[in-house]
Design a protein around this ligand. Sequence first.
Ligand code: ADP
Ligand code: MG
Length: 153
Amino acid sequence: IQSITLDLKDEQATVSLGNKLSTLITPPLTLYLSGDLGAGKTTFSRGLIQSLGHDGAVKSPTYTLVEPYEIAGIDVFHFDLYRLYDPEELEFMGIRDYFTERSLCIVEWPDRGHGLLPQADIHIYIKYVNTGRQIELQAFSTKGEEILACLNN
Ligand code: ADP
Ligand code: MG
């Protein structure tokens, strides 16, 4: 499946979809998350990361650009590139080294790193609709397509 669009009526629905996606994850995998401030990118990431087995809080690494987690043998890297003003910063941090065979990379604001990030398996777009949100998941690899097919069941 190439794309899925779903309505998320409240925060819990956003968290639940993250939980559901977590059951379908095997590394290597790259997810991009786009949407305005407050759309729910971090909320979704929290649902995903906590459901993978992380006990603590999940906050957007706005100032540090990346937050690492080691969960059940998976290197999870949660990026927030909102405050990336110069894509060269990604070169300085050795961005390529994060994208390995063992890693799940979740990237908020991927457009800020355009040209320097590996392609996503799934690009997720979240939009405001009334008091809720609409989410669209688009696959950009065979693996991404397989995950969306499972998610759709
Ligand atoms: P972002 O990371 O995109 O800037 P956050 O996840 O930090 O956004 O914040 C999203 C805000 O919207 C939170 O206050 C959360 O409670 C709320 N929210 C998340 N999902 C939904 C939803 N489906 N409907 C309504 N509110 C939501
Ligand atoms: Mg965020």
